[in-house]
Design a binder for this molecule. Sequence first.
Ligand code: GAF
Length: 390
Amino acid sequence: MACKIPETESLVCNAQTAFSSTFGGKAEVAVAAPGRVNIIGEHTDYNEGFVFPMALPLATVVVGSRTDSGLCRILTLSKSVDEPFRVEFPLPTPAHPLIPGKPSWANYIKGVIANFAGSLSSFDAVVTTSVPLGGGLSSSASLEVAMYTFLEALTGTKASSLQAKALACQKAEHDFTNMPCGIMDQFISTMGKKGHALLIDCRSLESSLVPLDDPSVTFVITNSNVHHTLTGSEYPMRRKQCYEAAKIMGKSSLRDATLQDLEKHKASMMDEVIYQRALHVITEIERTQEAVNVLKMRDYVTFGKMMTASHNSLKYQYEVSCAELDQLVELALEIDGVFGSRMTGGGFGGCTVTLVKQGAKDKLISHICEKYSGQATFYICTPSEGAKEL
Ligand code: GAF
């Protein structure tokens, strides 16, 4: 059976209860920001390519109130490592800026406070989430964007634009967690729309909504429950390899490179690994644009094939999949009514996303439950709203 996704209201209710018992009184402000699933366009955002995510009904909630304590006091109800649930630190000043430290979950929050474009106020807050931590569904960006939205509501100062807000949250992650992420996760968490996926051009930062409103098909997310962490060396290394490939070809990013450019440089100076990384990115950027076009025409057979091609490219060329994700994709493709399946997000664990006929989704889930070597969990995705004050 697919997991029941907790209603945002029930997350708020739990957070309010914890707020009263920890800090006293009722929190004045409540906000939510969603996690995401990327349907296609993986590891293309930091290459100025295209991505195609949708916001999920899984969300991070922050409730809290202004105080005059001069402190930021935060309690989390959701964390993945064995660290304290509570943290407090003084409101930063130019002489005493915030610096990353322990607990590690608070670094996302500190990073957002440090990058907030407005005059800050001290506060008490409680954070909780239904986005699985380390599941590749963007729990980090949903925390950052929820926190930024909380500060906006608390201080009455809005970011100059949704783009500026997403970029500030991305910078928070770069500066405070050492993860050189692209822009996809913060963008979709900020700009998601109910009933739609978002095609984002990560060069111009323009985006367009694509309706996902055909009731005869659905996307199923399968969590491998292999914990993924992108703060290690693999993600930064992929970024570096991409920049190196672009440089060798005399391009400012892989967005500008073609397969002909790649072949031209293969023999002369391209090392095999760099060549394979660039091959993934160049084909994935093209595939994503084509895939969105065929999806608009409801050509699910072609779209599904592209999803599976994307997975294979991530597996063989980009080498960011793992045995469990590969097994989940293989099992999904054994079911009649499945159009395509792929790993989603940064990789090395986390989730797959599968496009399936509505009527075949239960068969898909029971087949995976029976055959998967691990313990999978499932979410049926309905495209949801971006961050909002509640
Ligand atoms: C992670 C990153 F945070 C994104 O920016 C993106 O690069 C993704 O991996 C891979 O597509 O989620």
